[in-house]
Every structure is written in C-alpha cells, then in structure tokens.
Design a protein around this ligand. Sequence first.
Ligand code: NAD
Length: 503
Amino acid sequence: MTAAQQTIHVGGEWRAALSGATREIIDPADGTAFAVVAEGGVPDTDDAVAAARAAFDDGSWPRTPAAARAALLRRVADLLKRDRERIGALESQDTGKTLEEGRIDVDCVRDAFLYFADLVAGEDPGGRVVDAGSDEIHSVVVHEPVGVCALITPWNYPLLQASWKIAPALAAGNTFVIKPSELTPLSTVALVELLLEAGLPLGAANLVTGPGDTVGARLAEHPDVDLVSFTGGLASGTKVARAAADSVKKVALELGGKNPNVVFADACATPEGFDTAVDQALNAAFLHSGQVCSAGSRLVVEASVRERFVAELARRAGRIRLGRGTDEGVECGPLVSAAQVARTEEYVSSALREGAVLRAGGERPDGPGYFYRPTVLDRCHRRMRVVREEVFGPVLTVETFETEDEAVALANDTEYGLAGAVWTADEERARRVAARLRHGTVWINDFHPYLPQAEWGGFGKSGIGRELGPGGLAEYREAKHIYRNLAPRPVRWFAGEQRKDQA
Ligand code: NAD
C-alpha cells in the first residue's frame, strides 16, 4: 500500500477510489479522526468483481491442490502471530474494544485459518464414493469452489468476522471481494496485505472500502458474484437477500441476536455458584460494551433469586472501569459511534417509559468519546421493545420466571435465535432445557465461548447458513456428482427401436 487512502485492492493493485472520495476513520475513545481510507463506490466494486471473476475463471488459485492452499493459510496464521501486537492495537483503536480483546481477536483469527487449513488438508481429494448398487457404476461426489464470493462484514468484530469468511472461502479454492464496515476497515486492509505477503495469487483477494448502500448493495446484486456471505444487522441482511434473489446467487446471512441467559435458582445455591453465575452474566451482557451478536442481553432469572442476583449484578456493573481500550486497567471501551450511543439512550428511555426499573447505569459518563455506562434494567417484560429488539449496547434487561416451562417459553420468545445459555446445577434439567431452546448455540453453565470446529449461526431471523466447522466450509462449495457407467449400452427407450422390456 503506498498511501493511506489507497485502501482498495483490485487484482493485485492498491488504489484510491475512482471518484477520489475518502472517509475519515474515527477513534471512538475521543471522537477524533486517526486514519483516512478510500470511499469506494459502484465502479470500484465492478472492477473488484471483474478481477475476482478473472482470477476464478482463469487464475491458478481454484486449481491449486488442497495441500498447497492449506500451506498458504498456515503461512497467514504465522504472519498473524508475527503481527499480533500491531493488528490487535489497530483493532482496538478502530472498534474501541480493549487492547487485550484486540489481541485475543487476532489469536481467534489465527485459529480460524489453522482450522480450515487442517480441514481441507485432511480431506480425500478423490471425493466421496457412493454405493450405486451395481459393479457397473462408479459414482463419486466431489466438492468444488462456488466461485466469486462477496464477503460483507460488520464493525464489532471486523477481523474475526472477516476470517470466518476468508479462511473457508480460500480453503475451498474460491476468489473473493471483501467489503468491511465503513466504520472499521483498517484490520481488514492489514489482513489482505498479509494474504498477499503469504503468496496468494493476485486477483484471488480483492477489497473495496466503502458504504453498505453502494458497495455492499452492488456486491449483493452483481451477476458475476456466485455467493454473498453477509454478517450484520437484520435490516441490511434482508436487503442483501432481496438484492441477491434476482441472480439466484447463494446467500449466507449471520444476523443479530436477542440472547437469553437463563439462570435457575439451583445454580446460585452455593456462594461459588452464585458468584460464577453473576460474574458470567456481567460478561455475557457487557463484553465489548454489549456490541456482540451473541451478547446475553436478556437475563431470565428464577423469581426466588432475582433480588439477590440483580442487586449483586448492578453493584458489579457500576464498578466496571470504562476508558480508552489501550489504557491500562480499562475493562470496557466506548461504543463504536455517536449514533450507537444515541440508539442505546433511546432504548433505555423507551424501557423506562414502559415501566422498567433502572438498577445501574442509564447514562453517558462525562468527557469525550462514545461511552455509555453498563446498564441494568429490572422488571422488564417480553412486550417491551428493549426486550424484543437488539440494542447492541451495554444494556441488560431482567425478566423472571417461576417454572422451567416458563423459562423455556421466555427464552424462545424472540424472532432471533442465535445463542442462549442455561445455568443450573441439575444435569437432567440442563439437558431438557438445552434440547428445547431454539438457538444456534446453547451454553450450559457458560457464556460466549465458541469453537472453530463447531458450526456457528442462528435459528429464525438470526440468519441463514452456518460459519465455522465443516458446515462453514460447505457454504463455500458446490457438490458435484460424477456418475460413471463402466459398461455403457443402449437403453432402447425411444421410437423405432425395440423396447428393452420387450427384447
Ligand atoms: P450493518 O448491517 O449496519 O452493517 C454490516 C455490513 O453491511 C457493513 O459492512 C455495511 O456497510 C453493510 N451494509 C449495510 N447496508 C447494506 C446493504 N443494503 N447491502 C449490502 N451491505 C450493506 O451491521 P453493523 O451495525 O455493522 O453490525 C452489527 C450487526 O451485526 C448486529 O446486528 C450484530 O448482531 C450483527 N453481527 C452478527 C454476527 C453473527 O455471527 N451472527 C456477528 C457479528 C455481528
């Protein structure tokens, strides 16, 4: 890359936007601009798709053996290890998350590259032989890359979400165009640089920085794109699905969540159990200021322990240290933008108008930056907007239940279905409740962990398809059945010839 605003990468060349437009990237900890990127548009997007198309149709990457593709992915993982501090700090400054979270994100990105490298390296290149029921037929199913992939990512985990798409897309032999969030594009630029350094053929990876309603929308509708994989909000996701429909391209959507954290009284019966459940409820709700798709933003707690639980939760929420993500001792950074703070304020006001009781937070602290205090809203109910809609800020709502059936009904009472947790000391209950929850990930006595080996995605309006795991690779592939007749002979079905059954 030669200049700060040359953040568009097309066919091996870094360039500015064709229009010359640029965008300032804002540090959410103080609201000042700290970088400038190219503000791409539709013509840049068309160029990037054309480069990815040419690299897919005529380039070497789709025809590179799986072992060599895996080796490249492993080189990327090595480079991420080398640049962990630099990229972790960039991610922290761009998103506002703490430096430690930025570093952990880089480690998780590495894990994704290594996982998909191992997955394709370990496969039988001959495909899956199918028993056709006859010695005269040899039938095999092979998996081929889908083609040109459009990858659209959000601002909360820019690098991580990019890796969940780029690693399987490349592992499967696709070429791609990625469009990061216009708010947080910098770590994606850094990742594309590492792909090139690792030796990815030119044209296989293309990047357009720019807005969703131009660059993103064009990618979704573009006839030369074979698959669009989108992570972001429900409103944009439905637009992507609509735009993709005309060209019948494959669509994968990772959308929002309104994730229940169900706490039974038996989980709080011992001091250690109580402490763990409260601590994890805090983490579930307030990690990265609640700007997590799987945030446990709905506490669903058994009535008999509600008061004790909420009092302790509110006390600890009030002690969370806010500040710039790179400052020593800071536990929680700012929200990503002024708009996100305004949105959070609006949800809290509406909840209070609807009868919620404020137990912690509910305000911005003094000073610069897009901060909002971790907020606990007690006495919430399922009809409140704050309980039904994704706030994507540090706001935890509290609902109560008396029976297991009621707990399950509340936990499933959402149009989303991304993730949910159940806290209980009763193993049988844990199994029963986990089986009944309609969510893509269910945690028992835990919250937030995911594994690259396990599929991630949502029921309901949380999305279509899965990332990670074998299913996350399958999204980037087409299955092809190759049927070989080892003893071909006429079938005599048609006119003029003797029918086989009459022979
Ligand atoms: P967003 O929907 O505003 O934007 C996501 C991306 O889509 C951005 O790159 C944006 O520029 C682009 N975009 C916007 N409009 C578009 C359009 N019409 N066509 C194509 N692209 C368009 O979401 P956000 O605010 O950046 O991210 C937060 C959302 O992402 C939350 O809802 C969160 O739950 C979700 N998310 C989900 C997961 C998951 O794994 N399910 C992970 C992270 C974030």
